[in-house]
Design a binder for this molecule. Structure first.
Ligand code: NAD
Ligand code: MG
Length: 387
């Protein structure tokens, strides 16, 4: 029996993870659950899964949550960053699923590592912001860090059992998103509703917009750099619109190993939680005769400049990826609110990066300062273009 603390339980990854817990009650229990503001949704999950700790964003949401729960339920309701840290370090937890969206995941994830918990990580922003710090703590504490992002799970699976064999390159696949074939001159007219309509995957709003700009793939390049200790020059992005091959690894002899499956995050989540065991999930395998053709293309960096920005920020290192991530979170929120056109996303991330004085990013205070600076800078650039 493995007890899981789920950070971001009400989201797309969290909900899929809880479906797996429902399907395998003899294998998994729930130690802690967190949400941001959706107290009612969290209350239902608490009643069903009986965690020891539940955390929400602030004291008001915590009060709201208490009124929604039976008085005799034995659960500690906590809030704020301290509350998330308590959930992440909960004594009863064997493994922490990082499924919060954005920078909010960093401090609780580091606390979980410091507490010696194994981590199943979906929250890629944590590695983009502070990959050097996270990986160093993982090594120092000797905990297991399992990728949950489907591409990184695929790479991990394609590396299993390869021993010291030399890797030539990692091939990260990308669906290309909803605008792969749209004319570049029409990009300014893209609405949030169009960008939220992903062709293959059903995900939270932030990552869906990141998939439409290809920033998601850029964040994943940086995530792969840290998880697999691979140079940026040895990480390639391949557009694969069918989303059947989740990523590939090329070895020294030219052999390419790939992991395939239907586009459903339950596969990668379950593998992250139960490695090295594969659970009998009720997922179909790809129906190859029906699919017929798998296709591959080069990414178009002119139409999707966010991918190039992420490669550059990753190569520059230090606090540059932190700034990329923070500015991106701000511009995505502004785009979703209708305050920024689609093409403003890359433009403002680019301007923010250009204004940043890079620091080494080896201590957490520097990372947090760079994150705050980038948010302020991006916000003021967004305000300026609104005038
Ligand atoms: P989501 O928006 O559906 O859910 C996010 C969860 O985090 C919710 O439970 C929400 O309450 C919580 N949350 C949001 N803001 C928070 C804050 N400021 N503080 C604390 N909690 C907060 O997002 P998602 O699609 O489930 O994605 C979660 C993470 O997993 C992201 O980092 C994303 O990039 C990554 N990921 C998601 C998918 C997917 O298929 N959804 C695939 C790969 C990676
Ligand atoms: Mg992914």
């Amino acid at each position: 029996m493995k007890s899981i603390s789920i950070l971001g339980a009400t989201g797309s990854i969290g909900t899929n993870a809880l479906e797996i817990v429902r399907q395998f009650p003899d294998r998994f229990a729930v130690a802690a659950l967190t949400a941001n503001t959706r107290a009612a949704a969290l209350a239902e999950l608490i009643v069903e899964f009986r965690p020891r700790i539940a955390a929400v964003a602030d004291a008001d949401y915590a009060d709201q949550l208490r009124t929604l729960l039976p008085a005799d339920l034995d659960v500690a309701i906590v809030h704020g960053e301290d509350g998330y840290v308590q959930a992440a370090t909960c004594e009863a937890a064997d493994i922490v699923l990082g499924a919060m969206v954005g920078a909010a995941g960093l401090v609780p994830t580091l606390a979980a590592i410091d507490a010696g918990k194994d981590i199943a990580l979906a929250n890629k922003e944590t590695l983009v912001m502070a990959g050097a710090i996270v990986m160093q703590r993982v090594r120092e504490r000797g905990v297991k860090l399992m990728p949950v992002d489907s591409e990184h799970s695929a790479i991990f699976q394609s590396m299993a059992g390869q021993g010291p064999n030399r890797i030539r390159e990692i091939l990260l696949t990308a669906s290309g998103g909803p605008f792969r074939e749209r004319k570049i001159c029409d990009f300014d007219a893209i609405t949030p509703a169009q960008a939220l309509d992903h062709p293959n995957w059903s995900m939270g709003n932030k990552i869906t917009i990141d998939s439409a700009t290809l920033m998601n793939k850029g964040l994943e390049v940086i995530e792969a750099h840290w998880l697999f200790d691979t140079d940026f020059d040895d990480i390639k992005v391949v557009i694969h619109p069918q989303s059947i091959i989740h990523s590939m690894v090329t070895y020294a002899d030219g052999a390419v190993l790939a992991q395939m499956g239907v586009p459903d995050m339950k596969g990668a989540i379950a593998y992250g939680l139960s490695h090295p065991h594969r659970l009998p999930l009720n997922l179909p395998a790809p129906d190859f005769p029906r699919i017929g053709t798998l296709t591959f293309e080069e990414p178009d960096l002119e139409r999707f400049p966010c991918l190039g920005l992420a490669f550059s920020a990753g190569k520059a290192g230090g606090t540059m990826p932190t700034v990329l991530n923070a500015a991106n979170e701000e511009v995505v929120a502004a785009f979703l609110d209708g305050r920024l056109p689609f093409t403003g996303i890359h433009a403002i991330v680019d301007q923010t990066l250009n204004q940043h004085c890079r620091a080494s990013g080896t201590d957490l205070d520097q990372i947090i300062a760079a994150d705050h600076w980038a948010r302020e800078t991006a916000r003021s650039l967004i305000r300026r273009q609104e005038c």
